[in-house]
Write a new protein. Structure first.
Length: 257
């Protein structure tokens, strides 16, 4: 991996990533490891996550092996335990990347109460409880950065997954409230909004020739948004380079919205 920017203040920083084993999350894990951060991540996909750890640990310039903690984020007690374990291994967490989500397509008429509750648990609930678990550590450390991950899907009026788009639209509400509550303690909270990112899952399931034409028409920039582009913005938001940025949305979508 070629580092396009180096943030010296991220070296040795304790970083916690949700959904850090694949897709955008894997790019986050790799990017922060290459900055010299002590990265812990949770994911439900154990095989892919363990393979990622071995790959990253073997790469040049990685001084700290990522710590993978298996966790189903629908289990809040398991999430709290993972946060505690990460802090025990790496010290107080000062960067929280609330990345995990699942954009499963569904029709409104098929949504049951049980399905709704599950989608909220997968896409929204853990974000608040991860922040709740980590913020006291940031207070103790004298500051930190929380990055909540949104989505352009609702901004583009994308249909076909109302539980997901509602959950993602809520991210910035949480961001704004937490930024106000904790800002005077040098804790910054921002929303990172990815566009249509070319992860393996998206390419396999959704990026059809029709979708390619939609992306081409929507983006003002040529090319495609890659996981590494999202990681680049996350590095900036985690670093002191963004010291006076809080309560904001940072959109990385090729100029689409």
């Amino acid at each position: 991996m070629q580092r396009r920017a180096i943030y010296p203040d991220l070296a040795g920083r304790s970083v916690f990533v949700t959904g850090g084993g694949s897709g955008i999350g894997a790019a986050l894990t790799r990017a922060f490891a290459h900055q010299g951060s002590r990265v812990a991540f949770v994911d439900i996909a154990e095989t892919a996550s363990r393979e990622l750890v071995e790959q990253v640990a073997a790469e040049a310039e990685v001084s700290h092996r990522p710590l993978f903690l298996p966790c189903d984020l629908r289990d809040i007690e398991a999430l709290r335990a993972a946060v505690a374990q990460a802090a025990k291994a790496h010290g107080d967490i000062t960067v929280l990347l609330n990345n995990a989500a699942h954009d499963e397509r569904h029709k409104l008429e098929n949504v049951t109460v049980e399905y709704w509750d599950d989608r909220v648990a997968v896409n929204q609930r853990h974000v608040l409880f991860a922040a709740q678990a980590v913020l006291p550590q940031m207070q103790r450390a004298g500051g930190g950065s929380v990055v909540n991950f949104g989505s352009v899907s609702w901004k583009l009026r994308q249909g076909g997954m109302p539980a997901y788009t509602m959950a993602k639209a809520a991210m910035h509400g949480l961001t704004r409230g937490l930024a106000r509550d904790y800002g005077k303690q040098h804790i910054r909270v921002n929303t990172l909004v990815p566009g249509w990112v070319m992860t393996e899952r998206q390419l396999t399931l959704w990026v059809t020739p029709e979708a390619e034409r939609e992306i081409e028409a929507g983006q003002t920039l040529a090319g495609r948004v890659m996981p590494e582009n999202i990681a680049d913005m996350a590095l900036f938001l985690a670093s002191d380079a963004s010291a006076m940025c809080s309560a904001q949305e940072f959109v990385v979508d090729g100029g689409w919205t």
